[in-house]
Design a protein around this ligand. Structure first.
Ligand code: ZN
Length: 247
């Protein structure tokens, strides 16, 4: 069977400057996320980072990517306009996009959502409990009714996103807040999944349930389009039933 080509994109800046982050992710968060996916034989996984030429997202890489995962935080503004547009165009063509944690403010996500994507937050070692609110959804397969992360950053509502097409997880935090933490959208022929956990100072991307969610999401977001269709031409479309059309 043809593998699902996943490109794991990481900003990879915190790990170079913050010891608290490199202590948790010595090889970089993107490598840890990639290793989680590599445990599943159906994925062919590679990584790309911000400071590589073209952020590691050359046309050749993007055009051969079925699913792109995105983690960014401190340098959203350094992502080039043309790369943002290319990512959006690939999603409209059918590429899957999985946006992780602080990627809620990333330029590709905001471009595809069209809203401010803001939220409430607190870094105070809250416990996060993620409830499955759509147990029949492919992204929830194999998960318990809920799972917990002992320490995470809190994200709370209101989350400034368009109404998700499908909601898979809702999180509760020890501070009392709730958050729509697993959200699906369709954009063009592509699928977008936002998954909340993953603050850089916590070992979230080693968690087995988190890894299962990301793998399920990569399977769900992989392109399913097999038929070809003709895009609208610039000029008018010829009628199929000529005898019924005048002019
Ligand atoms: Zn964070």
């Amino acid at each position: 069977m043809k593998p699902i080509n996943v490109t794991v994109w990481g900003e990879y800046r915190h790990e170079k400057t913050h010891k608290a982050v490199s202590d948790v992710y010595p090889k970089g968060m993107h490598v840890t996320i990639a290793e989680g996916l590599q445990a599943y034989p159906e994925f062919a996984v590679r990584t790309a980072t911000l400071d590589e030429p073209e952020h590691g997202l050359t046309d050749a890489v993007l055009n051969s990517t079925d699913v792109l995962t995105w983690w960014g935080h401190m340098a959203h503004g350094d992502v080039r306009d043309d790369i943002v547009e290319k990512v959006a165009k690939r999603v409209w063509e059918g590429m899957g996009l999985i946006v992780l944690h602080s990627g809620h403010f990333s330029r590709p996500f905001k471009r595809l959502m069209g809203t401010d994507c803001s939220l409430r937050w607190r870094e105070a070692h809250d416990k996060e409990r993620l409830w499955v609110v759509n147990p029949g959804h492919p992204i929830a397969q194999g998960l318990p009714d809920f799972f917990e992360l002992p320490e995470e950053e809190m994200y709370g509502e209101y989350f400034g996103i368009p109404q998700p097409d499908e909601l898979v997880f809702v999180s509760w935090f020890t501070g009392g807040e709730v958050f729509r933490s697993g959200c699906c959208w369709h954009r063009g022929m592509g699928k977008v999944f936002y998954f909340r956990p993953g603050h850089e100072t916590y070992p979230t991307y080693y968690d087995e349930n988190v890894r299962k969610v990301i793998a399920n999401a990569a399977r769900w977001a992989a392109p399913t389009l097999v038929s070809q269709f003709t895009r609208s031409a610039n000029g008018p479309t010829a009628p199929l039933e000529r005898d019924r059309v005048t002019g």
